[in-house]
Ligand binder design. Structure first.
Ligand code: ZN
Length: 266
């Protein structure tokens, strides 16, 4: 496992971000609010953020969990084609910071965990259609069996894909002290920035789990955006540190996806 020393000023920097004013717990122990002075988008927007895990074929060896987290390359291609045909333009979180005018139907495609098939299957499908995606990397699992190597991840960044942090070890952040949360969140972002020489502006909570304090820790580690597993469409009113997503599965073919999005965005 690769670890870097975290300077004391980063460890204490959370105290300098008083903008996050409130957060309350739900029955699942996660925060549902936490208003910040920053906004998700500076112009009125409705942006679906799709959540993928594996882009891989499903066979008899695929576990039950793997099945629920997998979209086959064929279904994935159909989803991308349907999005393109219906006028959606894939953007990255960084595009929201640039001040550039958004396309008329923006969408963000996210891929969690850094599995090997992100480079083998997701990347070629995206490039074929001149689309971009955001890939959340667990820094301590880079190069492990089933996960992308550093060279695989560099292939993503070299081709315009965005990298987000997803902790060092994918812990349940609700079970960690603030100090340990800060380590797992800050360390993963710092390592990715250093080794890939790219900005890391977005974070994904492992399994969507976080405590009321967690979003402010993400913000203090210089990530203005974080995605959850709450279901919904991100809008100008969304808390940028608790953004909703739409979980993708293999039974949602392209036409169905487009109809679902239209319904969600009404
Ligand atoms: Zn994950």
């Amino acid at each position: 496992m690769r670890r870097f020393f975290i300077p004391a000023f980063i460890a204490t920097s959370i105290a300098f971000f008083p903008a996050i004013t409130s957060a309350k717990s739900t029955e699942t122990g996660t925060a549902v609010s936490g208003k910040t002075t920053q906004v998700f988008c500076t112009q009125p927007c409705k942006i679906p953020i799709l959540m993928y895990h594996y882009i891989s074929d499903i066979n008899r060896k695929t576990t039950k969990e793997g099945r629920t987290l997998s979209v086959t390359p064929k279904v994935f291609a159909g989803q991308l084609d349907a999005l393109k045909m219906n006028g959606y333009t894939a953007i990255r979180f960084a595009d929201l910071l640039s001040g550039a005018t958004l396309p008329s139907k923006p969408i963000i495609l996210t891929f969690d965990d850094g599995y090997l098939d992100a480079a083998e299957n997701a990347l070629p499908a995206l490039l074929l259609r001149q689309m971009v995606g955001t890939f959340f990397i667990i820094s301590g699992k880079i190069g492990r069996n089933g996960y992308m190597t550093l060279n695989d991840i560099r292939l993503l960044t070299d081709n315009g894909m965005e990298i987000g942090a997803h902790t060092v070890n994918h812990p349940d952040l609700r079970k960690l002290t603030p100090q340990k949360q800060r380590f797992d969140i800050g360390e993963s972002a710092a390592y990715l920035r250093k080794i890939l020489n790219v900005p890391v502006k977005v974070f994904a909570y492992p399994s969507g789990m976080y405590k009321p304090l967690t979003p402010s820790i993400v913000h203090s580690e210089e990530m203005p955006f974080a995605v959850s597993t709450h279901v919904g469409i991100a809008t100008q009113a969304s808390n940028p540190l608790i953004l909703p997503r739409i979980r993708m599965n293999n039974s949602m073919h392209g036409g169905m996806l487009v109809k679902y999005l239209e319904k969600m965005m009404k």
